[in-house]
Design a protein around this ligand. Structure first.
Ligand code: FE
Length: 250
């Protein structure tokens, strides 16, 4: 029996606790990167080379506030297309996708699901199949969710995205989050429905109250990261290799 050509690697940036995902169709030797971090550019290029993969797409699930994206540098280095979802202000990208659009990578079809709430340009990427899986960005984290207090965030929209979209996916769907601060790497829709404290609420107002009680600090250098990311991370600061430390900003 032929092995599945889908290869997934979860990569971690410890400065911002960001997960980046490499997804590849090994038969087609084609790859995409989800939420790449500028400071990890060299390691991505090395990994692609080691695995004999050509990078087709670099995708951001949303405009990040806590780290600088590697989208622009990856496009310069590999010639890949850069993608973000409407209505992102990342005017620098090669192409925007919308709700229900398919990102086709060889035989792999990733479906974009518009999940506003953490930001108004947040998307999840769903891969259907025998073992479905979803890259949830900062919309759904393991036992947590993204915050909703900047970048046109909305607790009402987040509640709707979580309850009417993500929790409708098959129970066994593997959840790959955009961040984790405790070392957890993956979960499932069923596990999060049962055990995620932010999914035990009855309405968006209860979710909003929970999020307000966290009293999160703004991500350090957020005022630099967001404008830089609107230019796909093309900034002299990222070139200088500055660190963008974070206080759990997801
Ligand atoms: Fe975020």
């Amino acid at each position: 029996m032929k092995n599945s050509p889908v290869l997934i690697r979860q990569l971690f940036d410890s400065e911002s606790s960001t997960y980046t995902y490499l997804v590849a169709d090994t038969d087609a030797a084609a790859a995409l990167l989800i939420d790449p971090v500028s400071e990890k550019l060299t390691s991505y290029i090395q990994l692609l080379s080691d695995l004999g993969l050509q990078l087709k797409y670099a995708v951001d699930t949303h405009c990040h506030a806590d780290h600088i994206t590697a989208l622009g540098e990856l496009r310069d280095t590999t010639g890949c297309e850069t993608l973000a979802g409407e209505p992102s202000e990342m005017a620098c990208v090669s192409r925007f996708f919308g709700d229900d659009d398919i990102l086709q990578l060889g035989s792999i079809a990733l479906r974009a699901i518009y999940t506003p709430g953490h930001t108004d340009d947040s998307y999840c990427l769903f891969l259907d199949g025998e073992q479905p899986l979803i890259f949830t960005g900062d919309t759904l984290l393991i036992r947590g969710t993204g915050r909703t207090d900047f970048q046109n965030g909305s607790s009402e929209a987040l509640y709707d995205s979580l309850f009417t979209k993500l929790l409708k996916l098959p129970d066994q769907t593997t959840v790959f989050p955009g961040h984790d601060y405790k070392g957890w790497t993956q979960s499932t829709i069923l596990e999060e429905r049962q055990s995620n404290p932010r999914l035990q609420v009855k309405n968006w107002q209860e979710l909003d109250t929970l999020l307000e009680q966290l009293k999160l600090m703004d991500p350090k250098l957020m005022d630099i990261a967001i404008p830089a990311n609107k230019q796909c991370g093309k900034t002299s600061l990222s070139d200088a290799g500055l660190s963008f430390l974070t206080d759990k900003p997801a």
